[in-house]
Design a binder for this molecule. Structure first.
Ligand code: SF4
Length: 371
């Protein structure tokens, strides 16, 4: 929905008609606002705007007047209000014509939300015949937008201050099982099993968790709670705390480092004995990968074989997308054809989590799906 609203805003800004495009969208949605002219004259927007004048005869104004602003209730201009970009008078926002695009996108999103609620209700009451006919089409639409989320999120900054999907220590185990990509769920499992990770694994995993909004205190608490099972607490405080604080820009060069993307992980050093970092679809052999997919994740043997063969063919991110699709019940033909159909593959472990989380919460609002 955000993507649709952004697209509309972009189109309106690029249109050669100035603010009239935004007002035309509002008119189509049945929304009218009073306008004020320079000098303080007031009228309904319907009276002034050229869009409306196309539908009926209007006497030309006696003298040229310049539109100063539209009078918009503040709840319809929250984007402008929160950024203090609009003047308020008597509880109304005085929105200049150039900013009407924000008001138009606000109403556009509200209409989309209402229509999605209607669609959800229609799906529940759909007959078996209709379900059979429309189900695959809707599944493809959902899959397409998941791919789009993956593609658009790939360029995002996932440093701690900009984390979008936030986790807490309380739900980290459930999140790891349900939403982490294989590289990170493997690191999580090995940390829980061995109470330790070697340097590369520690860096890869803690940066990923930072990107999911884990604070520096939570990160220290999390790694400390495992490490102190095999090393003295004083050793952890002396040797490991500094590096965690460093990752958050609190020590050394004080840089707010971002988590690794798939390219960095795939092309980074391969794990050696006792190490668990890297990308399983790049660094594991086919037999290990296939048995992990079937044994630990319950994937169908044919799907696991297809994913392992994509990985062996040098397409780790496509294989990871196949894993994502299989885990989220996207049909097998989409697993095989995802790249060509939708033009996107997994680009970033944190984007993977975001896409997974949004997909599950769409299916089961407010819940983490149970295994
Ligand atoms: Fe992790 Fe990216 Fe490899 Fe998937 S493709 S397992 S997200 S590194």
């Amino acid at each position: 929905m955000d993507a649709e609203a952004r697209l509309l805003a972009l189109r309106l800004r690029l249109a050669a008609t100035g603010h009239e495009g935004a007002v035309a969208v509002l008119a189509r949605l049945g929304v009218r606002y009073a306008v004020e002219y320079e000098g303080g004259e007031e009228e309904s927007s319907e009276d002034e705007d050229p869009f409306f004048t196309g539908f009926r005869a209007v006497k030309p104004p006696a003298r040229p007047r310049r539109l100063a602003h539209y009078c918009v209730p503040f709840e319809c201009a929250t984007w402008l209000v929160t950024r203090r970009r609009v003047e308020m008078r008597r509880g109304m926002c005085m929105v200049p014509p150039r900013d009407m695009v924000h008001v138009a996108t606000h109403h556009f999103k509200a209409v989309l939300l209402r229509q999605m609620a209607v669609l959800r209700h229609a799906l529940v009451t759909m007959s078996d015949d209709e379900n059979e006919r429309l189900g695959p089409i809707l599944a493809r639409i959902v899959a397409f937008w998941q791919h789009e989320t993956m593609r658009q999120g790939a360029g995002s900054d996932y440093s701690s201050s900009r984390a979008r999907t936030r986790i807490t220590l309380k739900d980290i185990d459930a999140m790891a099982r349900q939403h982490f990509p294989l590289c990170m769920s493997h690191l999580h499992r090995k940390l829980r099993e061995n109470h330790h990770l070697k340097y590369d694994g520690r860096v890869q995993y803690r940066m990923f968790l930072k990107g999911l909004g884990l604070t520096v205190q939570e990160s220290i608490l999390f790694f400390r709670s495992e490490f102190v099972k095999v090393i003295p607490p004083a050793k952890f405080d002396k040797e490991y705390t500094y590096h965690i604080r460093h990752s958050y820009g609190l020590e050394g060069a004080r840089k707010d480092y971002s988590p690794f993307d798939c390219g960095q992980i795939v092309h980074g050093s391969a794990p050696r004995h006792g190490q668990y970092h890297g990308c399983p679809f790049k660094h594991w052999d086919s037999t290990t990968l296939r048995s992990e997919l079937v044994g630990c994740w319950g994937l169908d043997a044919c799907v696991a074989t297809e994913i392992a063969s994509q990985a062996a063919g040098g397409r780790p991110q496509s294989a990871c997308q196949g894993f994502f699709n299989a885990r989220h019940g996207i049909s097998y033909d989409l697993v095989a054809g995802s790249s060509s159909v939708c033009g996107a593959i997994v680009q970033h472990p944190n984007v993977y989590v975001e896409a997974s989380y949004s997909m599950t919460s769409r299916l089961q609002p407010g819940q983490v799906a149970q295994e």
